[in-house]
Design a protein around this ligand. Structure first.
Ligand SMILES: *Cc1c(COP(=O)(O)O)cnc(C)c1O
Length: 463
């Protein structure tokens, strides 16, 4: 069933879009010339465009579609909630069933020391909330000077002013005069790209110790927190060397620096545990969540606080002067509750850890044998392929960074596979419900696309 609208309607959508819609992270002028691809249906791990092309969505939308498209149960739960109470706020000493239930559910499934959640509409505003909360925490303890947040280059923490400032993407900082004060960035544990002749473990330790150097440089009394994605997502699925996280945890403990895990991507099963903090044995004081929390069915995010923080914020902090109209939106909470119920029922983190994760990983890692691939890596169900003209030296292409990646991405679309290009790194994060057959299809398509990209890059003289 492809549901093809007539060509004229296709044009109408593209024309409306080109005429009036400004797309995120897009050169709108360039896009308008060719017209946006119109996606009009999703089922399981597939999406269809309005030309009837079926694509295996190996990005799960934008990392979020964990339980797959087309789960009518979620739509039904939202429908019922909307008929009962479509909206009410949680500002005026009021609450409602879905938000209270969701907060309780999150306390149950999060790491043991974490039992409180502040709700937001997504991941960016979760990080804004986090920034205000951790500074408020230290101020409540009589240490208002502890306000610097240390983050990492090439991190992604969202697009709001605080989110983009916390992020380490220089091309984002260049627009809008960012970062805001009292945010600083250290190096990332990206061994493939920056590790040179060091072993991954040597390099991991080196990058972890930059945190210690930065704390000593600024003074412990000035630093509030260190924020990081357990596995960098938008930066290119950067999986840190084994040595990295234990050393970071040691440093945070030693200097009493709060550890903030931005689990907006890694939360809810992506790495094979409910939270990547468990995968990497981290003891975060704060976990930021969004995306798979509602599987993208409705927008919702949150900031989860450890008991140590919650105790101070609640019992010593007085009124927290912060909140969003849609904090704890009833319909979004109902969607999240249903999504979490489905994840439990289908035991998805376990399925990722012990079944589909190892199955896909085994096949994905073999793509490193392809002449265009310098490294293949994967944890849980998030993976990357580094494209290179020279496997031995991990060289970059002589042509502008991202040129070959973009070629590859276009071949993906044309061959029924959605992968994302981050520079010349191809990344995937498929729905957690991926079956073995679908995993085989993903690998077959990725292989075909690598062959096409190799041939085209060779012809263009990039190899
Ligand atoms: C996507 C993302 C965000 C931003 O979330 P939005 O819902 O887009 O605001 C923040 N942090 C990480 C790690 C993300 O991947």
């Amino acid at each position: 069933m492809t549901n093809n609208p007539p060509a004229s309607q296709h044009n109408a959508i593209q024309l409306q879009d080109a005429g009036h819609h400004i797309h995120p992270f897009t050169d709108t002028k360039a896009l308008n010339k060719k017209g946006a691809r119109v996606i009009n249906r999703g089922e399981g791990v597939y999406v269809w465009d309005d030309q009837g092309n079926k694509m295996l969505d190996a990005m799960a939308g934008l990392w979020c579609m964990a339980i797959g498209y087309g789960r009518t149960e979620v739509a039904d739960a939202v429908h019922a909630q909307m008929q009962e109470l479509p909206y009410y706020n949680t500002f005026f000493q009021t609450t409602h069933k879905p938000v209270a239930e969701l907060a309780k559910k999150l306390a149950e499934i999060s790491p043991e020391a974490i039992n409180h959640t502040f709700f937001t509409s997504g991941g960016s505003d979760a990080n804004d909330t986090m920034l205000r909360l951790v500074r408020h925490y230290w101020a409540s303890l009589g240490k208002p000077s502890k306000k610097v947040i240390i983050s990492r280059k090439n991190a992604y923490h969202g697009s709001t002013v605080a989110g983009a400032s916390l992020g380490g993407m220089t091309f984002m900082h260049e627009q809008g005069d960012l970062p805001i004060p009292n945010i600083t960035h250290i190096g990332q544990p990206y061994w493939y790209g920056e590790g040179g002749d060091l072993t991954p473990d040597e390099f991991g330790l080196l990058r972890a110790r930059e945190l210690e150097e930065k704390i000593l440089e600024l003074g412990e009394d000035k630093v509030a927190a260190f924020i990081a994605e357990p596995v960098q997502g938008a930066g290119g699925v950067i999986i840190p060397p084994d040595s990295y996280w234990p050393e970071v945890q040691r440093i945070c403990d030693k200097y009493e620096i709060l550890l903030v895990a931005d689990e907006v991507i890694t939360g809810f099963g992506r790495t094979g545990e409910r939270f990547a903090s468990e995968t990497y044995d981290l003891k975060p004081d704060v976990i930021c969540i969004a995306k798979a929390l509602s599987s993208g069915y409705l927008p919702i995010g949150g900031v989860m606080l450890s008991d140590r923080l919650a105790d101070v914020v609640i019992n010593q902090g007085g009124e927290f002067e912060h909140g969003y109209t849609y904090s704890g939106h009833p319909a979004a909470c109902a969607a999240a509750l249903k999504v979490l119920e489905i994840m439990d029922r289908e035991d998805l983190p376990n399925y990722v850890k012990n079944d589909i994760g190892p199955y896909l990983q085994e096949r994905w890692l073999k793509l490193a044998d392809h002449p265009l691939v310098g490294e293949a890596r994967m944890v849980g169900l998030m993976g990357a392929l580094e494209l290179t003209p020279d496997k031995a030296t991990r060289a970059k292409f002589a042509v502008k960074a991202g040129t070959v990646g973009l070629m590859c991405r276009e071949f993906c679309f044309d061959n029924g596979l959605v992968m994302r290009a981050v520079g010349d790194t191809m990344i995937i994060s498929p729905p957690l419900v991926l079956s073995h057959d679908e995993a085989d299809e993903l690998i077959a398509k990725a292989t075909a696309v690598l062959d096409l990209t190799y041939a085209a890059a060779k012809e263009a003289g990039y190899l």
